[in-house]
Design a protein around this ligand. Structure first.
Ligand code: GDP
Length: 231
């Protein structure tokens, strides 16, 4: 009799735990589906290695040459006209800017990385950028993917190649996102040319996305890709 009572209690506990787990999963799924309509907070800007804090929240980073259209794209996909405005304020342009997404507990962090390849940057600024970005990319265990932005009007530049090699060497998964695709007539050709030109890189995702923040092209695909990286 006693044995049966214990067994009953155990079964009830297991069912409760399973329901708790399902409720939690459903909550995450709902949160994930509405990732960009839900709450978003600027967490902080990090200017030096010692400002980087450990995190278990899935993270994606956006990276690209200055003027590639990174701020416009971040604002467009997150449906927040001024999100990346924060990253553009004087003093913040050289920082890693962290934004959290999700209702209640954040379920995803997006990192706006400083732009590279700016012609007028001093050697010391470039060295600072390289040190901080390298350290971040090399040591970020929760980093699910880097979205590497390339201006669709230009070919991949030596500075982009350098970044890709660095990501290959760090074994950081990255995906190419073409920006300003509204400026290109034959989009499919541009996408397949880009896919071909990067395929020798070991850590690159084989699919290239084509986006336009101005025309809102390709934004849902990119949103879905980011959401799919939330566990
Ligand atoms: P960032 O320096 O990489 O953050 O680039 P911005 O988002 O500030 O954009 C740089 C320039 O590119 C600005 O003049 C934008 O208006 C322009 N731009 C950004 N996105 C697009 C786009 O989708 N299409 C076009 N045609 N221009 C864009």
């Amino acid at each position: 009799m006693l044995f049966l009572r214990i067994l009953e209690k155990k079964i009830a506990l297991t069912i409760n735990q399973a329901m708790d787990g399902t409720n939690k999963k459903n909550k995450i799924l709902k949160n994930k589906k509405n990732l960009f309509s839900n709450k978003c907070n600027f967490i902080k800007g990090v200017a030096s290695i010692d400002g980087l804090e450990h995190s278990n929240i899935p993270e994606v980073a956006f990276l690209g040459r200055s003027n590639v259209g990174k701020s416009s794209l971040l604002n467009a996909i997150t449906k927040r006209a001024k999100l990346a405005h924060t990253s553009k304020t004087p003093g913040r342009t050289q920082e890693l800017n962290f934004f959290s997404f999700g209702e209640g507990d954040p379920i995803m962090t997006i990192v706006d990385m400083p732009g590279y390849g700016f012609a007028k940057a001093s050697k010391s600024k470039i060295a600072e950028w390289t040190e901080l970005s390298r350290h971040y990319l090399l040591n970020r265990s929760n980093l699910r993917r880097v979205f590497l932005l390339i201006d669709a009007r230009h070919d991949i530049k030596p500075s982009d190649e350098e970044i890709m090699c660095m990501l290959d060497n760090c074994a950081v998964s990255y995906q190419i996102v073409l920006t300003k695709i509204d400026k290109i007539k034959n989009r499919n050709k541009k996408i397949s040319e880009t896919e071909n030109s990067v395929k020798s890189h070991v850590a690159v995702h084989p699919v290239v996305y084509a986006t336009s923040s101005h025309k809102e092209t390709g934004l849902d695909d990119l949103r879905n890709e980011i959401s799919s990286l939330v566990e």
